[in-house]
Design a protein around this ligand. Structure first.
Ligand code: UD1
Ligand code: CA
Length: 464
């Protein structure tokens, strides 16, 4: 029995008051539509997923093209029923279609599977996935043939509710299964004679039912997974639900997350057991954190890999970087793209690194900039050391050997190399290679004039 999935994603999202198309708004660090496609891809091959796009179609297609799904253009958004009419030609050859909504992103593959099983067992022409939320406002409401009946008589949209019908609590999730032969025989019967002047896919329930076809409903196990995102407030609420789910999963794997509702953790993040995450931490994209780490409050770790037993102190920003085990970072450190910090290395407060490798046990504890550098194992970078990696046009490398001592406030003008075991005197401006085990001092010699200050004071006081 062949089945395709159609995802409706052509709408503008008027209620968001946004210039971005609704389905590209993000929760959990990913567009709404990407979540729906990910769930659909667990049920059928991406080549059997048809996404109906319309509003800013090119932008939506460009963002989701890597998923391998197919796109169908709905040039004018005349309603959810019209969106299916646009898909008719592409999917008429399948025995059944499952319809998902691009703005209902928390739907789980297991629930789609459950709908699909129920639809087949019931031999239905149309099967609706429903839920009974606390507040049904805004959703289409289900009218069953009788209270306990499996069969549905009709769906009434919020705007078409008549007095008394507000009490109907069972909502339509916008997720359905259809037998294509029945759907396409009657799809042309849809009319736009409602307050919105749209072709409502929901009207198919009544049309099919009246034609003697079997229309049934199954209730989703978790109401949260069928909630839609029509407003920014709803979007933010779904984001919170999703992130709390992620935090719960990590906690069940042995990670401690204090005040999880303040943390922003993306879906693909991995964290090892016995790691502790303090409040207001962001763990983004494909970040991987080992076990026994402590991530202190306020740190943002973006697309980075951190090995076991590492301490990230407060308010660090770590981007596209790698950190070894037992390292200590921060507070207030900024590790930019391509930083590779070795085992047991220390990066202290107000230190910035970029495309730099710090060897095992190397330290830069205070106020330094290391760009395009290699720092050998156990080397100490003093407070205020700067690598001058940029001449206004090109970037150059600084290579520092092992066990080097770079005195405070030194500037290292790249390209430059400093051999193993060398010493750089504090306040030096180093412009030439330093051989291993040498001392290099590149600063003006100190001049001391005995009694000069006292003499000046005496002179100035007299003049006044
Ligand atoms: C729809 C249902 C409502 C249900 C709710 C669940 C209809 C008429 N109503 O209402 O019963 O409770 O979903 O979330 O279907 N879209 C298109 N082309 C269009 C119009 C919409 O592709 O011409 C897409 C939208 O991008 C969106 C989805 O269809 O992803 C649903 O449209 P939306 O306008 O959000 O419908 P709701 O008012 O939420
Ligand atoms: Ca919606």
């Amino acid at each position: 029995m062949s089945v395709a999935i159609v995802i409706l994603a052509a709408g503008k999202g008027t209620r968001l008051n946004s210039r971005r198309p609704k389905v590209l708004h993000e929760i959990g660090g990913k567009p709404l539509l990407a979540h729906v496609i990910a769930a659909a891809s667990k049920i059928v091959d991406p080549a059997d997923i048809y996404v109906v796009v319309g509003h800013q179609a090119e932008r939506v297609e460009a963002a989701l093209a890597p998923t391998g799904v197919r796109f169908i253009l709905q040039t004018e958004q005349l309603g959810t029923g019209h969106a299916i009419q646009c898909a008719q030609q592409a999917v008429a050859g399948y025995d059944h279609i499952l319809v998902l909504s691009g703005d209902v992103p928390l739907i789980r593959p297991q629930t789609i599977e459950q709908l699909w099983d129920f639809h087949q067992t019931e031999g239905a022409a149309m099967t609706l996935l429903t839920a009974v939320p606390e507040n049904p406002f805004g959703y289409g409401r289900i009218v069953r043939k009788s209270d306990q009946a499996v069969e549905v008589e009709t769906i009434i949209e919020e705007k078409s509710l008549r007095p008394g019908q507000e009490n109907l609590r069972e909502i339509n999730s916008g997720i359905y299964a259809f037998r294509t032969s029945a759907l396409f025989e009657h799809l042309k019967d849809l009319s736009a004679g409602n307050s919105q002047g749209e072709y409502y896919l929901t009207d198919m329930a009544q049309i099919l039912s009246a034609a003697g076809e079997r229309v049934v409903a199954v209730t989703a196990p978790d109401v949260n997974e069928v909630l839609g995102a029509n407003t920014i407030a709803e979007l933010v609420a779904l984001d919170l639900t999703l992130r709390l789910n992620i935090a719960s999963r990590l906690m069940s794997q042995g990670v401690t997350i204090f005040r999880p509702e303040t943390c922003i953790i993306d879906a693909e993040v991995e964290v090892g057991p016995d790691t502790v995450i303090e409040p207001c931490v962001h763990l983004l994209k494909r970040t991987k954190i080992g076990s026994d780490c402590l991530i202190r409050a306020g740190s943002v770790i973006d697309n980075s890999t951190i090995a076991d037993s590492t301490l990230i102190r407060n308010h660090c920003v770590i981007e596209d970087s790698i950190i070894g085990s037992g390292a200590e970072i921060g507070p207030f450190a900024h590790l930019r793209m391509g930083s590779d910090i070795g085992d047991n290395a220390h990066i202290g407060n107000f230190v910035e690194t970029k495309k730099s490798r710090m060897g095992n046990g190397a330290k830069a504890n205070h106020l330094a900039y290391l760009g395009d550098s290699e720092v050998g194992a156990r080397t100490n970078i003093g407070a205020g050391v700067i690598t001058c990696n940029y001449d206004g046009v090109n970037k150059y490398k600084t290579v520092i050997g092992e066990r080097v001592f770079v005195g405070s406030d030194s500037t290292l003008v790249a390209p430059i190399s400093i051999g193993d075991g060398a010493y750089i005197g504090a306040g030096s401006c180093i412009t030439r290679e330093v051989p291993p085990d040498a001392l290099a001092v590149g600063r003006a010699r100190q001049v001391t004039k005995e009694g000069w200050a006292a003499a000046r004071r005496a002179r100035v006081t007299k003049e006044c």
